[in-house]
Design a protein around this ligand. Structure first.
Ligand code: ZN
Ligand code: ZN
Length: 644
């Protein structure tokens, strides 16, 4: 073959080469034609092998070491390939090999070598690369200086990063951004702000680095101020803000920003879509989820697995398990374990424990490996469906079959499993035999179970174990004083309350959210009266009267912690936020709509009874998501079968 022909052939083959097997075929063509000594042909071959074809960089290195006259271009390609691989240390070995063969390194060699030191986060290696660059006079070079600055930042030494930066003869905005990022890598927010103010030119990366930093630090107010100042906002700026709002619980603002972004004709990226869907999930915004779903389908976003998973999760948490199932079955490839886990969790939350467990069986049949989160969902399903035996089997299977180490979450599920089923002693022994340093979380779950089953002796024992670690938790005090109160032990309950106030423990207010139109309305138990809540109170009064007359409702006043008159107790009950939210929904939603409410705490048994009666007398479907699960009330019964 002629040189010209071989070069052309290799070029076109390399352009389409995707696998190591193809690489080997091309290599044999080169060697057979005898042109492996030609620097142009073998250089191109090495470059493609090291950079473009996955998992082939070691092969490139092997080829390189057989060559009689390798050059710096070839070595740089391999150093770069290794610096971006899982084994960045090999980049350093290649660099040393290059020096041993007395081939002179250039700016690229140093840049890639210092990049691998950064990926290794190995300061000692970083120093050596820096020293070598000083010997060859490349330390002030723009490209090398920038990567050295980044490297010191990654290694957490801001002083050196700054020193290298100051020694550079020319600095562009990329170098400045490297320094800015370095400040934040080292966790120095103030210094980062200082650098940001010093920067002569800012590009979109600079603004976004700063924005991300504020969001990560939870400084959403500063982030918003900065966002307003950005002259040209890109999709990263928008999605960072949306993510920030969701993270800090400002859901309404997340929705507003998302709408604003769309109005400006920005195509939302994966990050902003998953963020806004997570906002839907957290607030139970079904209408918004549905609208987003339509948008996702039109825009072809459903093919992105993470987006589909977020949509599935949103539907499940908004109380519409049917739509969640639809999204799950529409997934083209069901290879992602997250999709399965979300679906299993969704089913479990809605009380379809058996269905959830069946789905887990299907997952196993499909050969998909479950992870820790999947097992949390499965164990949760078992505990909410009262399947003690099966739950224990899964718990052992997790370790024995799948080699997954159980974490505190799994232990929590097991305690819950025993506790709900009334096997309090078993739960107690289970916690003891774990020999964990801090079991407060687990004891607390057991305390909850003691409260449900009204076991005072065990509750006191458990409470004293918790107090060893955390004497200041409100929830425990409430639970215990609740147990006393329901048993009529008012003195003990009162003593408990006194100790609560002396420890300075504040009650977490209960709130409920309902979505009407596109607006989210929040109701707080016993909160301030405004126009909206006034309407809700009026409607609630009417509802309570009707269920008393037609449904024979008697207030379960033992849910109220205070030793007060019966009438006052009833008044306190009528101020529970979920009752207000449902009343408001009945007032404002069109006839036949399902009333969906999200509550931050566990629903109390009085509210539960009221919801059952309302669903029957008003022929309504009410879906309440409380802290632990979904309750769907229909025709006077709830899907939890009064077991929650
Ligand atoms: Zn209640
Ligand atoms: Zn229920």
């Amino acid at each position: 073959m002629s040189y010209y022909y071989t070069e052309k052939l290799c070029n076109s083959l390399l352009q389409n080469c995707k696998t190591l097997k193809q690489i080997k075929q091309i290599q044999s063509i080169i060697c057979k034609s005898g042109f492996e000594t030609d620097p142009l042909i073998s250089g191109k071959f090495i470059l493609n092998c090291a950079i473009s074809v996955p998992n082939s960089v070691s092969y490139a290195f092997k080829f390189l070491s057989y060559l009689q006259f390798p050059d710096s271009f070839m070595y740089n390609a391999v150093i770069r390939g290794f610096s971006e691989s899982d084994t960045p240390k090999d980049a350093i070995f290649t660099f040393i090999e290059m020096r041993r063969k007395s081939i002179f390194p250039d700016s690229f060699s140093f840049a890639f070598a210092s990049k691998s030191a950064a990926n290794l986060r190995d300061l000692r290696v970083g120093f050596q690369v820096h020293c070598q660059s000083l010997v060859f006079g490349f330390n002030t070079h723009l490209f090398v200086g920038t990567t050295l600055t980044s490297m010191y930042g990654e290694c957490g030494v801001i002083e050196y990063a700054r020193k290298v930066f100051d020694e550079m003869s020319v600095r562009n905005v990329v170098a400045w951004n490297a320094l800015l990022t370095a400040c934040f890598r080292c966790g120095d927010l103030r210094y980062g702000e200082e650098v940001f103010d010093q920067m002569p030119v800012l590009d979109s990366t600079s603004w976004n680095v700063m924005l991300v930093k504020y969001v990560k630090a939870g400084e959403i107010k500063f982030a918003k101020e900065l966002f307003e100042k950005i002259p040209v906002k890109d999709d990263v700026s928008w999605s960072t803000m949306i993510h920030g709002f969701v993270q800090s619980g400002n859901f309404e603002e997340a929705f507003t920003f998302f709408r604003e972004m769309r109005k400006l004709c920005f195509v939302p990226n994966e990050a902003s879509l998953t963020s806004v869907l997570s906002a839907c999930a957290q607030t139970g915004a079904f209408e918004s989820s549905r609208i987003l779903h339509g948008f996702l389908e039109k825009g072809g976003f459903c093919g992105i697995v993470s987006v589909s998973n977020a949509l599935l999760d949103a539907y499940a948490k908004c109380g519409n398990i049917g739509m969640a199932k639809l999204v799950f079955s529409a997934l083209r490839e069901k290879t992602c374990v997250v999709s399965w886990t979300s679906m299993i969790a969704g089913l479990a939350m809605h009380g379809y424990g058996e269905e959830a467990i069946n789905l887990f069986g299907e997952l196993e049949k499909c050969g998909i490996l479950p992870d820790e989160a999947t097992f949390v969902s499965v164990l949760y399903s078992c505990s909410h469906a009262g399947l003690v035996q099966q739950g224990c089997e899964y718990f052992h299977k997790m370790k024995d079959v799948y080699g997954l180490e159980p974490s505190i979450e799994h232990y929590g599920c097991m305690v819950d499993l025993y506790g709900r089923a009334g096997l309090l002693q078993k739960a107690y022994d289970f916690i003891l035999q774990l020999h964990l340093n801090d079991c407060t979380t687990l004891w607390r779950i057991l305390l909850g179970a003691c409260s449900i089953h009204g076991n005072i002796e065990m509750a006191e024992e458990v409470k004293s174990r918790i107090s060893e670690f955390e004497p200041r938790d409100f929830g425990d005090h409430v639970l215990l004083s609740n147990i006393y109160a329901t048993k009529g032990k008012w003195k003990d309950a009162a003593a408990m309350r006194r100790s609560m106030s002396s420890l300075g423990i504040k009650k977490k207010p209960g709130w409920s959210i309902i979505e009407v139109g596109k607006t989210m309305y929040t109701f707080v138990a016993g909160g301030e009266r405004d126009e909206i809540s006034e309407l809700a109170y009026q409607k609630l009064k009417e509802i309570m009267l009707r269920i008393k007359v037609e449904g024979g409702y008697v207030p379960q006043t033992d849910n109220v912690l205070y030793d007060v008159g019966e009438e006052e107790k009833e008044y306190a009950l009528s101020r529970h936020s979920e009752k207000l939210a449902v009343a408001f929904g009945m007032l404002r939603l069109s006839e036949g709509s399902v009333i969906r409410v999200v509550k931050n705490l566990r629903i109390c048994s009085d509210c539960h009874t009221v919801m059952k009666l309302v669903s029957k007398i008003y022929s309504l479907e009410i879906v309440i998501r409380d802290r632990s699960r979904f309750h769907t009330f229909n025709g006077g019964v709830c899907t939890c079968r009064d077991y929650w």
